[in-house]
Design a protein around this ligand. Structure first.
Ligand code: C2E
Ligand code: CA
Ligand code: CA
Ligand code: CA
Length: 279
């Protein structure tokens, strides 16, 4: 509007922008170490196919907003990824996971390997490896207790820095998983170049599996390829018995999905896991 005075030209936009800013600010506060502002650690088991034995679990963030109630990651992770806020969120999950596992261990409980999502942005952070190792050790754990899931979009422009960080993480003992494989612009070449242990097949490929025969042929080939390259393969988003059976038939031996377990609060998970270990 001129002369140091401006007005939003659209009330709708200014409203959404204010909303976003507010959410972002609240999220930032919630990641403070002692804050109790609704961030919660959920875990979803990973299981053998087709038997369904628990092999591990993935840490998934939930935000129980003081006024709005449960907000799904789809609503705030993309927002957080636009700034360094995602680093704070990921570190919150990482630290909370380590402390939770420590608590279980002190209680004499067994626990499987837990995997944690790391946003691509982390791979640009020079202190990433040190921070991860120090956090793990401060809880009396070793890096091998954890797996780090990184989506393939992180490798679109495979910078030296990214590769160095991955090598260092793996050297430190973390298991590394490629997340959402097949969802975007998958490049097969980085399968050979990256130091990975696990490849997670995106649930879009799993969803197509029973719909059409060509999708099944494709996935069978992919699973064989990954297997021959020495990766463990995890299928995401397994929702039906038919999918689980077909996945097993094409050689995929680990899965994750609503058919077996939904993500659950960490305390529920440990109960489920203990019952499962005893049974
Ligand atoms: P993701 O890493 O691919 O995680 C798996 C998502 O699939 C989770 O969604 C999970 O609840 C959902 N899921 C599991 N089984 C099924 C199934 O059978 N069917 C369907 N339709 N969905 C299933 P969620 O928890 O809503 O998380 C969505 C995404 O948000 C995650 O996708 C991940 O990219 C991101 N995210 C969640 N927590 C974190 C975190 O701590 N850090 C980062 N960087 N990203 C996170
Ligand atoms: Ca993941
Ligand atoms: Ca995924
Ligand atoms: Ca994802």
């Amino acid at each position: 509007a001129g002369r140091d005075c401006y007005r939003f030209y659209d009330e709708g936009i200014s409203h959404t922008m204010r909303q976003r800013l507010m959410l972002e600010q609240q999220l930032r506060l919630a990641t403070q170490p002692e804050a109790d502002l609704g961030l919660e650690l959920y875990l979803q088991p990973k299981v053998t196919l087709p038997a369904g034995q628990i092999q591990g679990a993935e840490a998934l963030l939930r935000w129980n907003h003081p006024e709005k109630g449960m907000i799904a990651p789809a609503e705030f992770i993309p927002l957080a990824e636009e700034s360094r806020l995602i680093l704070a969120l990921d570190r919150w999950v990482f630290a909370r996971t380590c402390r939770t596992v420590k608590r279980w261990r002190l209680l004499g409980l067994k626990m499987p390997r837990i995997s944690i999502n790391l946003s691509a942005r982390h791979l640009q952070e020079p202190d990433l490896v040190n921070w991860c190792v120090e956090t793990v050790m401060s809880c009396g754990l070793v890096p091998g207790d954890l797996e780090l899931e990184i989506t393939e979009t992180a490798f679109v422009n495979l910078a030296d820095m990214v590769l160095k960080q991955l090598v260092a993480l793996r050297h430190a003992g973390f298991s590394l998983a490629l997340d959402d494989f097949g969802a975007g612009y998958s490049s097969l070449t980085y399968l050979c170049r990256l130091p990975l242990d696990v490849v997670k097949i995106d649930r879009a490929l799993v969803a197509d599996l029973c719909q059409d025969e060509r999708a099944a042929i494709l996935l069978r080939g992919v699973v064989q390829l990954l297997d021959r390259l020495g990766f463990s393969v995890v299928a995401e988003g397994v929702e039906t018995d038919q999918q689980a059976d077909l996945l097993h038939a094409i050689g995929c031996t680990t899965g994750q999905g609503y058919l077996f377990y939904r993500p659950m609060p960490a305390d529920d998970f440990i109960r489920v896991y203990q019952d499962y270990c005893i049974a």
